[in-house]
Design a protein. Sequence first.
Lengths: 154, 187
Amino acid sequence: VTTAQEIGKAIFPLGARGQIEGGTAQGLGYALTEDVILRDGAMVNAQLTNYIVPTTLDTPPIDVVLVEKPYRHGPFGAKGVGEMPFDGVAPAVVNAIRSLGIDMREIPATPERVMAAPRLGARDSGLGTRDSGHSGRGGGRGFSLDRPAKRKRR
Amino acid sequence: MTTHHRPIVFVLNGKRTSLRVHPLKRLLDVLREDCGLTGTKEGCGEGECGACTVLIDGRAVNACLVPAAQAAGTKVVTIEGLKGRHPLQRAFAEHGGAQCGICTPGMIMAAAALGPRPALSEVRTGLAGNICRCTGYEGVYRAIKRADSGLGTRGSGLGRQGQNRTPSGWSPGASGPGLPKARRRRT
């Protein structure tokens, strides 16, 4: 994972880098494994056994690019750094899955959800794997698979 | 109430220790409550997070899963046993190996059990039982790497060669490539 963050002035670059690395790893958990399952208003997987936080073996190397552009209104030119690293990861992961021709629309993209997701047509995935136009496994979600041409441009 | 228990004798951080505690009391609680060594943290209490990692005869174990009786006759080393002078401790502080810090004592003990100069793959496998929410593990890898190269005084005999809680495929002391180049050039 390579992540670039514009954080104003990095007052403590080591700490800033650590925040970004940690946020990215958390974002990966958010994108792939960390599923809060609620039953009767309570979380039923509230143990680390079944709520999967990324471990050393789940976390890929993270490359951090600090973009420093001192921010006039922040203390010593700094901006916040704690939350932003979290934001980009799940969209990036889901886009990667979608580029494989899988119509993933929710996170965490657990293996079960990826298997159940409908396949995208060739036009949408850009991979040329036309799936004879049907909606694939786990279909019936009530949206058209031919639509995303518009969405892609955004 | 505890007095009628038979004493459990073990070596704690180099000192012979005899305690009359319930034999099924968690080693974690014995260390924190009976020995006053609160450096060992309780995270999940169910052997998932590794915050309570200590060394028993050089082997990293989760103290929350070890009954006190099982420590009898062993050598137990906690984070206090490193006396704040272990190269890993300094490296964790200097290279971003710790952020909030609750995983840190366990991380350092697990890293100490790896033996000198572990390859990155060995570090990743060896620390797989230590969950860290803050650092994304990159800072931890950096710290372990620097503890080796910077100070060169690891291999303090804490780790028991060839034995680790990690399963097969672990070869102690194998001088692997360490961190890949792409990462080494980072400042």
